[in-house]
Design a binder for this molecule. Structure first.
Ligand SMILES: [Zn+2]
Length: 143
């Protein structure tokens, strides 16, 4: 996308083409995520505060949750609690940094093993919302 084209746009009222480009463009280094983006009208979504969500249903199923390498041990029960009412519990994975490469890999001890999780630190957020898994977690959904 030639960026010079958008150098002097009104940021408060960007052209439709720019909005589409921003919503459908991804940095090449994140290609491995195999992400799919679905653009939906806000009126079809559930609003919680300032955010809009597409509830899971027969058209959108959560199939995998990866707790990121910085996800501390306090998140294990919170993640499980947030998922407990789903009709099918997604695959749970704990990630860690690779020992010898610049890479994130699956923690082979498994999601349930407490040794797979780092201890909570002073820098851990105190009041994150549990329903929307954060702090380095990513989710994989099937459409
Ligand atoms: Zn913590």
């Amino acid at each position: 996308m030639p960026l010079a084209k958008w150098k002097s746009v009104d940021a408060a009222n960007p052209p439709k083409e720019l909005k589409k480009n921003l919503l459908t463009t991804k940095y090449v280094s994140w290609k491995y995520e195999d992400e799919r983006r679905v653009i939906l009208p806000l009126g079809s979504l559930t609003k919680e505060g300032e955010l809009f969500f597409k509830p899971f249903d027969h058209t959108l199923k959560l199939v995998e949750v990866i707790a990121g390498h910085r996800c501390c041990v306090k998140w294990k029960p919170l993640i499980k609690s947030a998922l407990k009412d789903l009709p099918v519990i997604p695959k749970l994975i704990k990630a860690r940094l690779a020992f010898r490469k610049f890479e994130v890999v699956t923690q082979q001890w498994g999601f349930e093993d407490s040794n797979a999780w780092q201890q909570c630190r002073d820098t851990c957020p105190r009041d994150r919302r549990v329903g929307h898994i954060n702090e380095g977690s990513i989710t994989r959904m099937s459409l």
